[in-house]
Design a protein around this ligand. Structure first.
Ligand SMILES: *[C@@H]1O[C@H](CO)[C@@H](O)[C@H](O)[C@H]1NC(C)=O
Ligand SMILES: *[C@@H]1O[C@H](CO)[C@@H](O)[C@H](O)[C@H]1NC(C)=O
Ligand SMILES: [Mg+2]
Length: 260
């Protein structure tokens, strides 16, 4: 009888013992351990670390959000912190702008990326488990052709300030020109992005080029036209790297996808 009961609880005792040992090992040997094993890789602190590493460009070429971070990314994106982060950055852009000495020769330029900079794909990515599902080019095409991406309010506020300050604003996007040209124009217009200098989409000449090379070449051409690029705002590092990046770059958060 007793031995049968011992038999039954033995696995439980073993698990308890292992849990105690592994916890005390962590406590004793690692003063700098910042998440406990009980948090596991699904814990909130793991996802905070993942998101910080992604935003700092320490983790690159990642294909999907780790599934254990779905709820974390969801609450970041729709719980208010993403909007606060955007507005915080835009406030800094605007204080930089206040120190810029415009020459009023019509050549003071500013670059904005389009997707998840001017207009948001968050509604689409809700249906893709906030980036936990792999990239779906056909799904994205259907979504983007509707021209229904909402403006990101903080960036629209910056856009309007740039226009009223007298900057020539260039919207530079990796979207394919022949497929998305009209829908993108319409979408920007219906969201209040009015008065910019040029919308530049990826023409056939740049098909298959990395975003860094394509966007660098576009910016080089603008500088050859005489424009001074004072600033450049994007949600991807590839918007901000390469040549002629502008005097200041500003990285907006995007934990949903990575564009190389
Ligand atoms: C930047 O410019 C250098 C010098 O012209 C060139 O070799 C390099 O390929 C350019 N890089 C990009 C990303 O365009
Ligand atoms: C902006 O960048 C250009 C090119 O690097 C440089 O020549 C210019 O001095 C910079 N302007 C300011 C105000 O920093
Ligand atoms: Mg973008």
């Amino acid at each position: 009888m007793i031995s049968a009961m011992t038999q039954r609880i033995r696995p439980l005792l073993l698990v308890l013992f292992l849990a105690m040992v592994s916890n005390s090992v962590v406590v004793c040997t690692s003063r700098h351990q910042y998440w406990r094993p009980s948090d596991g890789p699904e814990g909130a602190s793991y996802c905070l670390s993942w998101r910080l590493a992604v935003e700092a460009n320490n983790v690159r070429a990642w294909r999907t959000v780790p599934t254990q971070c779905l709820r974390h990314v969801e609450s970041y994106m729709i719980g208010g912190q993403y909007d606060r982060d955007i507005n915080f950055i835009i406030d800094h852009v605007i204080s930089y702008l206040d120190g810029v000495d415009l020459s009023n020769d019509g050549l003071d330029a500013w670059i904005l990326d389009v997707d998840d900079t001017c207009i948001s794909n968050l509604i689409y990515y809700k249906g893709k488990r906030f980036g936990c599902d792999p990239y779906d080019p056909d799904g994205f095409k259907t979504w983007a052709l509707r021209g229904g991406c909402p403006a990101i309010p903080g960036v629209l506020r910056l856009f309007n300030k740039l226009i009223s300050d007298g900057f020539k604003v260039f919207l530079v996007t990796g979207r394919d020109e022949s497929t998305f040209g009209q829908a993108t124009l319409d979408n920007l217009q219906n969201q209040g992005f009015i008065g910019y200098q040029r919308l530049i989409l990826r023409s056939a000449a740049y098909k298959g080029q990395s975003a860094v090379v394509y966007k660098s070449e576009i910016r080089e051409q603008l500088e050859e036209e005489g424009y001074r690029i004072w600033g450049n705002v994007g949600d991807q590092w590839s918007d901000l790297q390469g040549n002629c990046t502008g005097n200041r770059t500003f990285k907006l958060p995007n934990p949903l996808y990575f564009v190389p």
